[in-house]
Design a binder for this molecule. Structure first.
Ligand code: U8J
Length: 307
């Protein structure tokens, strides 16, 4: 048993009042609850992820996700609060801080007009710092995508859903999965598609796709799956979609520059999408490049107002 399993913070199910559904993650659904032990509605709002046991997801997988989140403590990662064992049933729930603004996708769709380039770059740098923190702990997220980024406030986003996260063994630089299950292949690096090989560099590839989603304001018409399927051909049926996707990436096709995307940002995406994972930047290098672009954007905006 890991330390985390010994020192879980326990929430009593009888005080956990269900309010509404929040979303779907890997292995389970997330609900808004109020933890109200005094029974007077003064308790705090929490986000509770309930395990949906299925052939894909088992209690063991869920326990790994709980243990992963319980050892992470960083401002750009959704905060773990504890667990709730359900009486009788074998199941358990993961209790986390409630982020009021919801998923990045919903936020950008409904705030498209008051989110400018600097705002996007701020979000991009926070996600990058969150990933750098994960990398320093030898965690590979394996499901980095805008759908797994949550908005805490107008100026703060956090990485969520660690259902597919794995620890890289100390003697290797990558993690190989056995059966890839329902995989987010349009966010996958070539080596993840071809060899089920996951590393910090495959997370960097996915980070490039998140940058693309960000600068497309998560517009459904330009989401990665739709753009890749346009290139592959909509009439192609799985499982050969995987092979077609691997081919177009091998032939150096990449997601097109989002409309009005600054050239420096698109070039950052292209670096993340280097076919050879050795050539991709690491998250600390990416962070420095983003800070530089943010500085340029600040200077430009100053000139503009000075005129
Ligand atoms: C990441 C995939 C799984 N997932 C996690 C959450 C989640 N949501 C929220 N807040 C939230 C969500 C939605 C809305 C909304 O207005 N929707 C129309 C408002 C607030 N806080 C969370 N803390 C920890 C997880 C989590 C939702 N889905």
């Amino acid at each position: 048993l890991s330390l985390a399993q010994h020192e879980q913070i326990l929430f009593e199910e009888r005080h956990l009042r269900y309010i509404s559904p929040l979303g779907k993650g890997n292995f389970g659904s997330v609900e808004l609850c109020r933890y109200d032990p005094l029974g007077d509605n003064t308790g705090e709002l929490v986000a509770v992820k309930k395990l949906q046991p299925s052939k894909q997801s088992t209690l063991d997988d869920f326990k790994k996700e709980v243990n992963t989140l319980s050892v992470l403590d960083f401002e750009y990662i959704v905060k773990y609060k504890g667990i709730c064992y359900s009486t009788g049933r074998l199941s358990m729930s993961l209790v986390m801080e409630y982020l009021p603004y919801g998923s990045l996708i919903g936020y950008l769709e409904s705030n498209r007009h008051n989110v400018n380039t600097r705002h996007m770059l701020l979000f991009a740098s926070q996600i990058c710092k969150g990933m750098e923190y994960l990398q320093n702990k030898r965690y590979v997220h394996r499901d980095l995508a805008a759908r797994n980024i949550l908005v805490a406030s107008e100026s703060l986003v956090k990485i969520a859903d660690f259902g597919l996260t794995k620890v890289i063994p100390f003697d290797k630089e990558y993690y190989r999965v056995s059966q890839p299950g329902e995989s987010p292949i349009f966010w996958y690096a070539p080596e993840s598609i071809n060899e089920s090989r996951f590393s910090h560099k495959s997370d960097v590839w996915s980070y490039g796709v998140v940058l693309h989603e960000l600068f497309c304001y998560c517009d459904t018409n330009s989401n990665p799956k739709r753009l890749c399927m346009q290139e592959i051909g909509h009439n192609v049926q799985s499982p050969s979609i995987l092979m077609h996707l691997a081919n177009i990436l091998k032939n150096n096709w990449r997601l097109p520059a989002p409309p009005n995307c600054p050239a420096k940002v698109y070039s950052l995406m292209k670096q993340c999408w280097a076919y050879d994972f050795e050539e991709r930047p690491c998250f600390s290098e990416l962070g420095i490049q983003i800070e530089t672009i943010m500085q340029d954007e600040r200077e430009n905006s100053v000139h503009y107002t000075a005129d």
